[in-house]
Design a protein around this ligand. Structure first.
Ligand code: SF4
Length: 237
């Protein structure tokens, strides 16, 4: 796993994160889940996004660009983009016409370009050019939905959040951490059962596990560090 860049220190949040509603589990199940995350922690104690960024602004921009695109393709585009525009002011000066050729290799690039420029304008006009590290203000930015805000707040360690993408959804079900049919249901279930000390890092562990080990078609159970704790292991023997 490539060493991801480190994030700058997050500003303290103005309001405390809403505490997740904990779910009461049988002791054996509590122990199984705790051991799962102990194993993930032992393998990678400080998991991070694989998107390249060096500030909250480049992070939120990279995450917004990554919708329906791979991290690799976004990193290629942002290497060019952030070399010329790594602040809202520079992005606004670049404009939609200047931005489009730099991100044209990414899906939905026209819509994303429009949103990135609109977001840069709002950041300058309403937030002094800074990224507000609060969910409501983040989600008010064009192109920033709940999932993007969760990734940003979690990556910057502002609040625990689990953005449920296809990898997290699959791994959560295979490990029987969640049973819901929608990403929102799975997110709520995960927030309710993952032990508090692991909550802020759980998103990355689950996503990386799904991306590299518990892959969709042929999960690599033989090299899985939690195979003995996985109720789905027998399905793939
Ligand atoms: S044992 Fe297999 S199915 Fe279970 S989590 Fe590991 S890779 Fe996924």
């Amino acid at each position: 796993m490539a060493a991801p860049p480190r994030s700058p220190a997050a500003k303290p949040r103005k309001t405390p994160a809403k505490a997740p509603v904990r779910r009461r589990l049988p002791p054996a199940e509590q122990a199984r889940i705790a051991t799962l995350f102990e194993r993930f922690e032992a393998a990678e104690s400080d998991p991070r996004t694989e998107l390249n960024y060096d500030s909250p602004y480049t992070l939120v921009t990279a995450v917004a660009l990554s919708a329906q695109a791979t991290d690799v393709s976004v990193n290629k585009a942002t290497a060019r983009l952030f070399a010329v525009a790594d602040t809202p002011e520079k992005m606004l000066a670049l404009g939609e016409e200047g931005l489009i050729p730099l991100i044209a290799s990414i899906g939905l690039f026209r819509t994303k370009a429009r949103n990135v420029i609109a977001a840069a304008r709002i950041l300058i006009e309403q937030h002094g050019g800074e990224v507000p590290l609060e969910r409501a203000a983040l989600q008010a930015l064009p192109g920033v939905g709940r999932k993007t805000a969760s990734v940003v707040l979690n990556e910057l360690r502002v609040e625990p959040a689990i953005a449920v993408d296809t990898h997290v959804f699959r791994v959560a079900h295979r490990l029987k951490l969640a049973f819901g049919k929608t990403p929102d249901q799975v997110e709520a279930e995960l927030m309710a059962v993952i032990p508090q000390p692991y909550l802020v890092r759980a998103h990355h562990w689950l996503i990386l596990h799904g991306r590299y080990v518990c892959v969709a078609r042929r999960p690599k159970c033989e090299e899985c560090p939690v195979a003995d704790l996985c109720p789905s292991r027998a399905l793939f023997s």
